[in-house]
Design a protein around this ligand. Structure first.
Ligand code: SF4
Length: 333
């Protein structure tokens, strides 16, 4: 059995920009601009970056809600990049998504039991009684009650609705779940409960998880490895402990410094990110991060585009930067 459940290679997603009465295509946005990324069997891979960095687009391509423009996605040894509708059905049974806003992803007129059972029905699994039993078991597994089965989404709190979203994603016993900002819409007090639930379920059900977030603080406790994304590309990738202790990329350093420290006696150097993430319609020259980078070097960073490279430490640690932490002293930065 291969170590990698998912292998994405040179993955690109472009969206056309249309204008005028005739809606002519006037430009192309590279939302995902050539990503190579593996997801190992059984791991939680955190995928982090600001809004607009392409992380949601990447997640949606992986579950095949979006068709890649180019590149390949391999899932469990099978090329799933361009599956037909008929081929997608067995794939969808194995790969599920949890959305950020559980309310808009649930039919407000359907009882939650029906929404959770939908996947079972579509795949012809069990008769009515067996499906009901599986749904009530799943409700209890995600911390709800069996008698919630006949209630409607508006009768639940945000955290409970996300538990319903998780139940719906897990009812088919998938191998891979893409959780797209599953706690971003929840109160901070509820976020920890849902994160803990996902972690427990992952261990119990032997799931592989891609966890998408815009904040490195959210993925710290749940991830085995973390990929940091900026303007459609992965800019740093390594195991969780290495990333949080020894980030190599200035963008990762800035994201890390934004995590609040609950201990008033400890502080952290703040690297405030300047400006907004640039438009992927017109990305900056050279390193795409250079207009916001506090250590950008003129004549290098604005000209030469760094690719993901092994870092100076002796672990698998990739970063796309000419002046990675560790190399900076040598470069006189
Ligand atoms: Fe900053 Fe230059 Fe590294 Fe880009 S390549 S992150 S601009 S130091």
């Amino acid at each position: 059995m291969a170590e990698n459940l998912v292998e994405m290679r040179e993955l690109v997603k472009q969206f056309p920009v249309k204008s005028g009465l005739l809606q002519r295509e006037v430009a192309t946005v590279n939302a995902v601009a050539g990503v190579d990324l593996d997801v190992k069997r059984g791991e939680t891979l955190g995928l982090v970056g600001e809004s607009g960095c392409g992380k949601t687009t990447l997640g949606r391509m992986l579950v095949r809600l979006l068709e890649p423009t180019s590149g390949t996605i391999n899932f469990d040894g099978q090329d799933v990049t361009h599956l037909s509708d008929r081929e997608l059905k067995p794939f969808r049974k194995r790969v599920q998504i949890i959305f950020q806003d559980p309310y808009s992803s649930l039919d407000p007129r359907a009882q939650v039991g029906e929404s959770i059972a939908e996947g079972l029905r579509l795949h012809g699994i069990g008769d009515k009684d067996e499906r009901r039993e599986r749904v009530t078991d799943m409700l209890e597994l995600v911390g709800l009650k069996a008698d919630h089965v006949g209630r409607y989404p508006h009768e639940f709190s945000g955290g409970q609705r996300q538990r319903i979203g998780i139940a719906r994603a897990l009812i088919l016993k998938p191998d891979l779940v893409v959780a797209d900002e599953p706690v971003s819409a929840l109160d901070v007090s509820v976020q920890a409960q849902v994160l803990n639930l996902l972690k427990e379920l992952q261990d119990e059900l032997d799931l592989t998880l891609m966890f998408i977030a815009h904040n490195l603080g959210v993925v710290e406790h749940i991830s085995n490895r973390v990929a940091v994304m900026y303007l459609g590309r992965i800019v740093e990738l390594t195991d969780r402990d290495t990333l949080y202790a020894n980030p190599l990329h200035p963008y990762t350093e800035a994201l890390l410094s934004a995590i609040p420290i609950p201990d008033p006696d400890r502080s952290r150097d703040r690297h405030i990110l300047q400006g907004e993430i640039p438009s992927p319609l017109n990305p900056p020259s050279g390193c795409h991060f250079h207009p916001r980078c506090p250590i950008a070097r003129q004549g290098l960073c604005d000209v030469e585009d760094p690719r993901l490279m092994e870092g100076p430490d002796e672990v698998d640690h990739l970063a796309a930067c000419w002046l990675r932490a560790g190399d900076r002293a040598v470069a006189g930065v």
